[in-house]
Design a protein around this ligand. Structure first.
Ligand code: NZQ
Ligand code: ZN
Length: 393
């Protein structure tokens, strides 16, 4: 078991009336001039954006707006936000949207007080010492950015998608109203649930399997998400199950399911190259890679994969054949992905065969020019990454 620090400072305000509290919370955390940051259309269409602005108006809080964040958020939008915040004297950022908007907000928050290029943080050339306070009104449960320390950004110059993690960017508060997720299309709902299950799996597939409570919590999160996703795909306005999913997305990525264990993240790193190169939905990219990663690494700790198969997916335990049980678990996971409309390989993800040149380019980026490894359940070198991408073709 590893020593650990659990740090989840975000104030979560959850439920049907949660949005009413936005102005009080902005004031509580010191906001005087707010950047209201949002995505494409969904927050405008639903009336959420207007509602947030009206509540700020009524409370006498000044704000400026910046929309247009796209999924797999772009560095250019962050530069635009930094310029706007400096010009307008913004001291607080309110992200209204999902992981992409929140991650863009984090990038802006780092960049405003920084004299250099904010991309340096993502490149690992510098560490942010300070950032503007930020918060969010979450509209899609998926990335877990509403409580996490991570921001993942795509630099259009070279289609490089990189993450930067720093506790100072954890949102001050996160408003979560499950009713706001009723309008999510089935594909985004399923991709979101895939992402949050994957955030749990990245921590679950570990060699530190003596932290019983963490393991049991992780299994409960995964089983609950798997049950609830079918309920909301059938009835998008099922509040009870939308609520499980919304809270599940945060619990899956606020560190709780990682206490005492070494986490892996190889599947995420392999996926970031896919969404960087092909601009696909992150959760769908994870589903396309995970089965191949799992078949490539399961022998490192067969009993962990057996436990996953039996406790999470209900596969009968064939005690005489642990490897067989482990592999049946991976097959069951593929059936789950298909049942919710997710791909299980790259062809299904991008709608065509990936070329060997494209794989080589992803390997180069994922291995940071052949200098870095990924993961720790099995440490992946460039040749392992290539093998997994080829298995996932
Ligand atoms: O732009 P709009 O019109 O708002 O549409 C969005 C977008 O097209 C739509 N949407 C959001 N809320 C909606 C809605 N549509 C209808 N009704 C609603 N209530 O959903 C689409 C996807 O939104 P996005 O914010 O991109 O989704 P998600 O939360 O999955 O974020 C994905 C990004 O997060 C990164 C991913 O790599 C990806 O770039 N991640 C961030 C992490 C973090 N910061 O901790 C960790 C994750 O592993 C992940 O890498
Ligand atoms: Zn993710």
């Amino acid at each position: 078991m590893k020593d650990f620090i659990y740090y989840a400072p975000t104030e979560v305000v959850f439920g049907k009336e949660s949005e009413e509290q936005v102005a009080r919370l902005v004031k509580k955390y010191g906001g005087h001039k707010v950047l209201v940051h949002y995505g494409g259309q969904s927050a405008i269409k639903s009336g959420l954006l207007d509602k947030m602005c009206n509540l700020l108006d009524e409370a006498g809080i000044e704000y400026v707006k910046l929309g247009g964040v796209v999924p797999n958020p772009r560095l250019s939008k962050i530069y635009e936000g930094i310029d706007l915040c400096r010009k307008e004297g913004v001291d607080f950022i309110l992200a209204v949207g999902g992981g992409s908007v929140i991650d863009s907000a984090k990038g802006i928050a780092y960049g405003v007080p920084y004299e250099g290029d904010v991309w340096d943080f993502y490149l690992g050339k510098d560490e942010a010492q300070t950032c503007l306070p930020l918060a969010c009104v979450l509209t899609i449960p998926a990335a877990g950015s509403e409580m996490s320390e991570a921001s993942v950004v795509t630099n259009e110059d070279g289609d490089v998608k990189l993450g930067y993690s720093n506790d100072i960017s954890r949102p001050k508060f996160a408003i979560m109203n499950p009713c706001r997720t009723f309008t999510l299309p089935p594909y985004q709902t399923a991709a979101g649930v895939t992402d949050m299950i994957m955030h749990t799996m990245e921590r679950y597939f570990t060699h530190d399997d003596d932290m019983i409570l963490t393991t049991e919590l992780a299994e409960a999160v995964m089983r609950t998400m798997m049950d609830s996703v079918f309920a909301v795909l059938k009835n998008p306005e099922d509040y009870r199950h939308r609520a499980q999913i919304m809270w599940g997305g945060s619990v899956a990525h606020n560190g709780l399911t990682g206490c005492g264990v070494a986490d892996d993240w190889a599947t995420h790193q392999l996926e970031h190259e896919l969404s960087g190169m092909f601009d696909v939905t992150h959760g769908a990219g994870l589903a396309a890679v995970w089965p191949s990663w799992a078949r490539y690494v399961y022998k490192e700790n067969v009993s962990r994969f057996v436990r996953f198969a039996v406790n999470v997916l209900g596969v009968p335990n064939d005690f005489s054949d642990p490897e067989g049980t482990a592999l049946k678990g991976i097959e069951a996971m593929e059936r789950f992905y298909h049942a919710i409309g997710m791909p299980i390989n790259i062809h299904e993800l991008i709608g065509r065969d990936i070329t060997d040149e494209e794989i080589k380019e992803m390997v180069r980026k994922c291995s940071r020019d052949y200098k870095a490894t990924q993961g720790c359940f099995k440490v992946l070198h460039a040749e392992d990454m290539e093998a997994i991408y080829k298995m996932a073709k």
